[in-house]
Ligand binder design. Structure first.
Ligand SMILES: [Fe+2]
Ligand SMILES: [Fe+2]
Length: 265
């Protein structure tokens, strides 16, 4: 079974490059399950219902987000528009599971692929150099008693490499993959951990690389040079789709291979 995980889609340039490549990558690698992080898909800040629908229409099965999830407030009504048991698209947009109790939406989705394999996607967010929220490690533990699927993919949306590596080792042997998002730079450490979990510290952004992590360079430089507030705008230049391809045994959920991909224009 093959899983395609697309890193943070950033702005219109990110959506365009994903539109260009997602189809042929899914076909060439016989992808059974496609997951995309969309926390920056709407101009760099959050995701709207219309953009979520657009990315589902390209072939994504589950969308994950992160710290930018509430940037577009219309997303809240979209997430709330279906009951928890639903398999409709709004239920397949996740926010980090360790957000405070009572947050809108869900951090876990359990589904079935077209070929009949049960899977689960869990999203967690780190706490190092980020807004402190509930413990992502204990939150992960809390799901394993109830999830039936063997194939489990974790999007760990975190800033610190150490916290991400810790999560990889913590969940090794319990999930199919721990894939990092949020820092927007792909790391060259993809591997299969000894327990059979595919790991990559950060899958990288699917967006404009002539930028400072997605944002127009001049605007970020101005902020660093003057410490003045300013409006950030999504850059456009040099877009790449960064993703991880994970192969696994659907019977056990153990990963057998992980490959990093970066596709430009
Ligand atoms: Fe991001
Ligand atoms: Fe983020």
């Amino acid at each position: 079974m093959n899983i395609l995980f697309i890193g943070d889609i950033f702005g219109s340039a990110g959506r365009r490059i994903v539109r260009e490549h997602i189809g042929h990558v899914r076909e060439a690698h016989n992808v059974d399950l496609t997951i995309a992080n969309v926390e920056n898909a709407a101009g760099g800040f959050g995701v709207t219902p219309a953009i979520a629908e657009e990315i589902f229409a390209l072939g994504a099965d589950v969308l994950t987000t992160g710290n930018h999830v509430w940037d577009k407030k219309e997303l809240i009504d979209y997430l709330n528009s279906v009951p928890p048991q639903s398999a409709e698209r709004p239920r397949r947009v996740l926010r980090p599971a360790n957000f405070p109790l009572g947050s809108p939406g869900y951090g876990v989705y359990e589904g079935v692929t077209a070929s009949g394999v049960d899977y689960a996607v869990i999203q967690l967010q780190g706490r190092v150099f980020m807004t402190p929220i509930d413990d992502p490690f204990r939150t992960a533990d809390s799901f394993f008693a109830s999830i039936r699927a063997k194939v489990i993919v974790v999007d760990f949306h975190a800033e610190a490499t150490s916290e991400k590596a810790a999560m990889g080792w913590y969940l090794d042997g319990r999930v199919t993959a721990v894939l990092g998002t949020h820092t927007h730079v792909p790391t060259a450490d993809e591997r299969i951990l000894p327990g059979g979990t595919a790991y990559q510290t950060d899958v990288g952004m699917s967006g404009p690389y002539d930028s400072i992590i997605g944002v127009e360079k001049d605007l970020v430089l101005h902020k660093f040079l003057t410490a003045m507030p300013g409006k950030f705008e999504a850059a456009k230049g040099n877009p790449k789709m960064c993703a991880a391809l994970v192969a696994c045994d659907p019977a056990t959920g153990r990963a057998t291979a992980i490959q990093r991909i970066a596709l430009g224009e």
